[in-house]
Design a binder for this molecule. Structure first.
Ligand code: EPZ
Length: 419
């Protein structure tokens, strides 16, 4: 176990290069199960979840290698079981279900357990795949799926599930006939997956809208594909500029995929500009002010930015109401921020944040990926020393975060937990 130790209160200045998107790379790597030819991915971030995905692909028969952001996949004889020991460490492993059914007609995937932020069921994935001809049995903690070949269907999701959309998109590419997916997720990462699949020969229309149409093809070929930049990492670093009252220039920032975040940060008093050399972010001259935030499916404000903007609003002038509408338990960072002097009260799915003059450093505990990022941001702004414990959560989704922050002036270091 390791901790991050942060001496806060220093404005950050300089350039940060945004890495490839974790939430685009995970489904895109899983989609290599659909291919019967070698494929190369670039701009793949060096993250725990990426290495977990590569381990799973190797177990399933796709030989993978990772080198400096480049992943080469050599498909071989596929096998159909995703073991519990691996799936329990990363829920997104369930994204192999659709591709395995499409390629092999059989899949045995450990039920992805819940996690700190919620129960995270996969019922919408299963009921949609059943409409395409799959049959499932749940036994001994495993999802056992089989089909005599998937066929096209007209599917309406009860909720625009990101993973459910991605699983069905991948399954439909090799299904017999046409599939219409309605009320799908419109996240940019879904569109990036669709762009990769189209590059491999899939016949897909409508990605980014709420209806996607897929016409099945007999096979998909390999290609070389660069994963899109990570809009959540980018949003996190925009907030780092605002919360420390510094100025950061983000390179490779997916500006056009971030309207809801950019609009909300500007409403909260940040000055964010798109320049020829990147996205320039700093606190506006009038300082930070309280704003109301409600998380929504894309193009609304992303739930993956909720914990981070809460840290920023702890130091805003005035009050903010933050409503988490996507996950049932995504306020694990609140009590840790309160330990640092924040004034936050919870009522059901809403957090009422009252701005305070300053935060003070303290030992705090990370509980999930974005909560960890929130605590790092608060530590950067707090007076004194903050020790963020259990930062393996952070390593799941942020590539070398402390190195990037140190390069722009943060006093932050990784130490063994018992140091
Ligand atoms: C993806 O998770 C992301 N993960 C999450 O990012 C993100 O928070 C989430 O989408 C929402 O944007 C990846 O892309 C790897 P959902 P996913 O299916 O696919 C309920 C991060 O921090 N639901 O859209 O699991 C579910 O319980 C992670 O990077 C069902 O009820 O999200 C939740 O309340 C965290 N039944 C809501 O829908 C289902 O079958 C959204 O889930 C599926 C989902």
């Amino acid at each position: 176990m390791e901790n991050l130790v942060i001496e806060g209160g220093l404005p950050l200045h300089g350039e940060i290069c945004v890495s490839g998107s974790k939430n685009a790379a995970l489904p895109i790597l899983m989609a290599s199960i659909l291919l019967n030819e070698p494929t190369t991915f670039t701009n793949v971030p060096d993250l725990r979840d990426i290495h977990t995905t590569l381990k799973l692909l190797n177990i399933l028969g796709c030989a993978c290698s990772f080198q400096d952001g480049r992943v080469d996949v050599q498909p071989a004889a596929l096998q159909s079981e995703a073991p519990y020991d691996l799936v329990k460490t990363m829920r997104a492993s369930v994204l192999c279900l659709g591709p395995l059914l499409a390629r092999l007609g059989v899949a045995r995937v450990a039920m992805p357990g819940g996690c700190a932020i919620g129960a995270r069921p996969v019922n919408l994935h299963l009921s949609a795949l059943e409409k395409m001809g799959a049959e499932f049995e749940l036994e001994e903690g495993y999802i056992n799926g089989r089909c005599k070949g998937l066929h096209g269907a007209h599917i309406q999701f009860d909720f625009p599930t990101v993973g459910g959309t991605e699983n069905l998109l991948m399954a439909a590419c090799l299904a017999e006939g046409e599939t219409i997916l309605e009320n799908v997720a419109r996240e940019p990462e879904v569109s990036d997956l669709a762009a990769f699949l189209i590059r491999c020969g899939a016949d897909i229309e409508g990605q980014g809208s709420s209806v996607i149409r897929v016409r099945g093809v007999s096979s998909l070929h390999g290609c070389e594909y660069a994963v899109m930049p990570d809009r959540i990492e980018a949003g996190t670093f925009l907030i780092a500029a605002g919360i420390t009252d510094g100025e950061l220039l983000l390179k490779n920032c997916p500006y056009n995929d971030m309207d809801a975040v950019l609009n909300k940060l500007r409403e909260a008093g940040m000055d964010i500009r798109l320049t020829d050399s990147g996205v320039l972010a700093r606190r506006g001259t009038d300082g930070l002010r309280g704003v109301d935030v409600s998380t929504r499916p894309h193009p609304g404000f992303p739930t993956d930015m909720q914990a981070q903007i809460m840290a920023l609003l702890c130091l805003a002038d005035g009050s903010s109401m933050i409503d988490e509408t996507i996950f049932e338990n995504r306020f694990m960072h609140v009590q840790e921020l309160v330990r640092m002097g924040a004034d936050i009260r919870l009522s059901g799915s809403t957090a009422m944040v009252r701005g305070v003059e300053r935060l003070t450093g303290a030992p705090v505990m990370a509980s999930d990926l974005r909560a960890s990022a929130s605590l790092v941001l608060a530590g950067l702004a707090a007076r004194g020393k903050t020790t963020v414990q259990r930062i393996y959560h952070l390593d799941r989704g942020y590539e070398h975060m402390e190195c990037k922050l140190r390069a722009v002036g943060a006093r932050i270091r990784r130490v063994p937990a018992d140091a």
